[in-house]
Structure formats: C-alpha cells, structure tokens
Design a protein around this ligand. Structure first.
Ligand code: HEC
Ligand code: HEC
Ligand code: HEC
Ligand code: HEC
Length: 175
C-alpha cells in the first residue's frame, strides 16, 4: 500500500512537471531560424505565409531596436549595452532569447519575431508536420495556438516598455 502511494506520488509529480514545462513550448527543441521555414512556406506553393509575415511588424522587431526611441528607452533604463545587444530587449524583439541554450547559429536575431516565436522551436518538427502528419507535428513540438492569446502574451504584456494594451482579435488580423 505504501509502495503504491509513493508510486502514485512520483507519477503525479512527473505529469505535473511535464504539463508545466510543456505548457507553451518544448524545452528540448532548438530554434532553427526563419530560413528553414521559408524554404517550404514561401510563394504560392507555400500559401504566401512567409511573404505575408515579411510585411508584418514582427519581421521588423529587431530593426526597431536600432532606432532613436529604443536608444532613449535603454538610456532611461540604464542599460549598459545598446538595445540590439541587451537581453532585456532581445527577449521580445528577437526569437529564442527566453531560452539561451535553445538557439542554433541559423537562428538570426536580425530576423526579429519569426515563425518559431509563435509555433515553438522547430528543430524536431521541421520535417514531419502538416496535413496528414498533424499529430506527428504536435508530438514533435509544433504549436498551432489557434485562438490562443497566451502565446502573444509572452511578449505583449506590461513588461514591454511601450505596452499600451493588447486585443487578440483586433491584433491577430494585423499579423
Ligand atoms: C520540408 C518542408 C517544410 C518545412 C521545412 C516547414 N514546413 Fe510547415 N508545413 C509544410 C507542409 C507541406 C504543410 C501542410 C500544408 C500547408 O498547410 O501549407 C505545413 C504546415 C505547417 C503548419 C500548419 C500545420 C497544421 O497542422 O495545420 C504550421 C503551423 C507550419 N507548417 C509551421 C512551420 C514552421 C514554423 C516551420 C519552420 C520551423 C516549418 N513549418 C517548416 C512543410 C514544411
Ligand atoms: C516573442 C515575442 C512576441 C510574440 C510571441 C508576439 N509578438 Fe506581436 N510584437 C512583438 C514585438 C516586439 C512587436 C513590435 C515590433 C516593432 O514594431 O518593432 C510586436 C508587434 C505586433 C503588432 C503590431 C503592433 C503595432 O502597434 O503596430 C501586432 C498587431 C502584434 N504584434 C500581434 C501579435 C499577436 C496577435 C501575437 C500572437 C498570435 C503576437 N503578436 C505574438 C513581439 C511578439
Ligand atoms: C515583454 C516583452 C518586451 C520587452 C522586454 C521589450 N519590448 Fe519593445 N515591444 C514589445 C511589444 C509587444 C511591442 C509592440 C507594441 C507594444 O505593445 O508595446 C514593442 C514595441 C517597441 C517599440 C516600438 C514602439 C512604438 O510604437 O514606436 C520600441 C521602440 C521598443 N519596443 C523598444 C524596446 C526596447 C529598447 C527594449 C529594451 C529596453 C524593449 N523594447 C523591450 C515587447 C517588448
Ligand atoms: C505572431 C505569431 C505567429 C507568427 C510570427 C507566425 N505564426 Fe503561423 N500561425 C499563428 C497562429 C496563432 C496560427 C493559427 C491561426 C488560426 O487561428 O487559424 C497560425 C497558423 C499557421 C499555419 C496554418 C494555417 C494556414 O494559414 O495555413 C501555418 C502553415 C503557419 N501558421 C505557418 C507559419 C510560418 C511559416 C510562419 C513564419 C514565416 C508563421 N506561421 C509565423 C501564429 C504565428
């Protein structure tokens, strides 16, 4: 009986830890960069998804850190490094900066908020997802996040120095 109890406890903790860390993204997969995704998701054949993303503010997020407004914010905050090199800014203006050891060299900060910022690090699901492989993709860490504003709120929250509110429905239409 006692053994049974501790086994239950172990199992319970295991599932608790798993569900906690798996809440948004896989903790083991690596961020591989937008070039890998664009290889298949560009142009008519790729439903213009990459092409559309390029025109969103997300693709400009890193560039924003080079402007005067960013330098001002950084100065006020007393950052020692320029915004383009400060983790304090990169974590929301580039991809994979919440998880230091999950970035591959092909993941460029200059590309800003890429596909993987919302769909999760892609090293594992880059092959084996979509259409008839839906379940495989999800198992490998692809996050679909249909109507899920939790993903947006990783960055769209009051920790942002310029935060002025977030409305999922309205904002989703813009991206
Ligand atoms: C080898 C080609 C290939 C690569 C590389 C690739 N994809 Fe896909 N992806 C596809 C195909 C094919 C589909 C299914 C057709 C579609 O929805 O356009 C798909 C579907 C998807 C879907 C929708 C899945 C669903 O179940 O509805 C998402 C999200 C996605 N891809 C994201 C990504 C991201 C993010 C990357 C980069 C990390 C990536 N893909 C890289 C080929 C690829
Ligand atoms: C990893 C961080 C991150 C995630 C996740 C994220 N965003 Fe953003 N988003 C940003 C940053 C940074 C900007 C500002 C880019 C700039 O102007 O340089 C931005 C800008 C935007 C803008 C343009 C805002 C404006 O005032 O013009 C919209 C709309 C938007 N995001 C919607 C969304 C939605 C919807 C989601 C979730 C599906 C989402 N974002 C997820 C970081 C993120
Ligand atoms: C918690 C995530 C987060 C952090 C940290 C963050 N940003 Fe942002 N930033 C955003 C988002 C999201 C936007 C889009 C507009 C908004 O909601 O604030 C944005 C927009 C901006 C803009 C454009 C605002 C405009 O409307 O012109 C500038 C400039 C900016 N950020 C600079 C910085 C600098 C500099 C840092 C580091 C000191 C920083 N951000 C840290 C998330 C963040
Ligand atoms: C700001 C967050 C965000 C970014 C950045 C983003 N996506 Fe998505 N994507 C989503 C969400 C959320 C959905 C589910 C949309 C819905 O409600 O149908 C989605 C849906 C998709 C789908 C399936 C639906 C369709 O239109 O075929 C594909 C494929 C896809 N994304 C690929 C990509 C690729 C490739 C990139 C990078 C070029 C990318 N996404 C960038 C959040 C994002």
């Amino acid at each position: 009986m006692k053994q049974f109890k501790s086994l239950t406890l172990i199992l319970f903790s295991f599932f608790f830890i798993c569900s906690f860390s798996a809440e948004l993204f896989s903790q083991e997969n690596k961020f591989i960069g937008v070039k890998v995704c664009s290889a298949c998701h560009k142009g008519e054949k790729g439903k213009m998804i990459y092409d559309k993303w390029l025109k969103t503010k997300h693709a400009e997020a890193y560039k924003t850190l080079e402007n005067e407004k960013s330098k001002e914010i950084a100065k006020k905050k007393g950052l020692k490094k320029p915004p383009t090199e400060s983790e304090e800014c990169l974590k929301c203006h580039a991809t994979g900066y919440f998880e230091k050891d999950q970035r591959l060299a092909s993941n460029k900060k200059e590309d800003g908020i890429t596909c993987e910022a919302c769909h999760g690090p892609g090293s594992s699901y880059k092959t084996g997802h979509g259409k008839d492989k839906k379940d495989e993709g999800i198992k490998k860490g692809l996050v679909l996040g249909k109507g899920d504003e939790k993903i947006c709120k990783i960055c769209h929250n009051p920790e942002s120095p310029t935060f002025a509110g977030f409305n999922y429905k309205k904002d989703w239409e813009k991206v």
